[in-house]
Design a protein around this ligand. Structure first.
Ligand code: P6P
Length: 333
């Protein structure tokens, strides 16, 4: 599909209405879902930007399904996303990193045709030191009939079934990146008027000599990772690692490079989550001309057996991802 050209100053709403016009049969439900996501992003952005003042720093004292201490902002982001999605008639179920079980839409709300998977606030360990964090989300069209309740078969499915995905980075500015069959586009929030404006049309991952990984774990990695990194250093690559997946991935989307969080002797399944981190970012990477594997096969070919399944993740520019994956395959020869 040729890259559609958009005018400067296009708002997210105008963009969504323009792409809606490209689909005569569309009902506008997906547009409404994206607007709900944008609203949640604005609310989380406002809270993140004054977290230090609002007494929101620190932990709630609870521990989530992942066994991690829940940061107050994690909790706020999770509740904000759920509230934005469940009352509007476009979503039938939300799967969140912060929720052990799927969140089903209550009977009293018309439950819609979409299922949303979300990491409400990725990079939590960076919150208190004011580093970039973000929200990651994916969108499936439900498989189950719209009259009945949604269930696990609506999400325990191939990543190839995603119809859209995106992330919102809360950094020096707030940027919503949305990918769908209309391509991958970035919208920057103007907080003075509360509007997202198209700022990064038609994002494509460029070639880049950057690798992003936590080298403190190098002794735990399979040899193929070490071989790649030695070669990268010999070729003059730069290292960049924020420790916030969404921020490290966003840099790759704009500057190229490869992010690596492989399985290791301490985490043989990997650390990152397949359904609401790996899948959405792999969808975006592929839509932007890049790639994502688990070290063996494409992330989007996977079918999760359970909601919070973890995965190794090698993601970024296609040539680099293929190079790392080939190096790791050589380990098993
Ligand atoms: P490590 C943040 O906690 C996170 O889930 C991702 O955002 C990030 O890429 C990764 O963990 C960082 O993990 O082991 O390097 O601290």
């Amino acid at each position: 599909m040729a890259d559609r050209q958009f005018e400067e100053g296009t708002t997210l709403d105008r963009f969504l209405m323009d792409t809606l016009a490209d689909h005569p049969g569309a009902t506008g439900t997906f547009v409404n879902l994206c607007q709900s996501v944008a609203l949640a992003g604005k609310m989380i952005s406002a809270r993140v930007n004054r977290a230090g003042l609002a007494g929101m720093l620190g932990e709630t004292g609870e521990v989530n399904i992942q066994g991690e201490f829940v940061q107050k902002l994690d909790d706020y982001a999770n509740e904000t996303f759920k509230a934005a999605l469940v009352h509007r008639g476009h979503t039938c179920m939300v799967v969140s990193e912060e929720e052990e079980e799927p969140v089903l839409i209550e009977e009293r709300w018309h439950s819609g045709r979409y299922v949303v998977t979300v990491d409400p606030l990725d990079g939590s360990s960076n919150i208190d030191c004011n580093a970039t964090i973000g929200t990651i989300f994916g969108v499936f069209r439900r498989r189950s009939s719209e009259g009945g309740p949604a269930g696990l078969p609506d999400v325990l499915r191939s990543g190839r079934d995603l119809i859209a995905a995106g992330y919102i980075v809360y950094g020096s500015g707030t940027l919503l990146v949305l990918g769908s069959e209309a391509g991958v586009h970035g919208f920057t929030l103007d907080p003075t008027i509360g509007e997202f404006f198209l700022s990064h049309p038609n994002i494509r991952i460029p070639d880049g000599k950057i690798y992003s990984c936590n080298e403190a774990y190098a002794l735990r990695w399979p040899p193929g990772i070490g071989r790649f990194l030695r070669s990268a250093k010999e070729r003059g690559f730069r290292a960049r690692y924020i420790g916030s997946l969404v921020a490290d991935f966003h840099r790759n989307m704009l500057k190229g490079g490869v992010f690596l969080y492989p399985a290791d002797t301490h985490a043989p399944q990997g650390k990152l989550r397949l359904l609401y981190e790996g899948f959405p970012l792999a969808y975006l990477a592929e839509r932007a001309g890049g790639a994502a594997t688990d070290g063996t096969s494409p992330i989007l070919d996977r079918v999760p057996a359970e909601l919070h399944e973890r995965t190794p993740l090698i993601i970024g520019g296609r040539a680099l991802v293929e190079e790392v994956t080939a190096s790791m395959r050589a380990d098993s020869v």
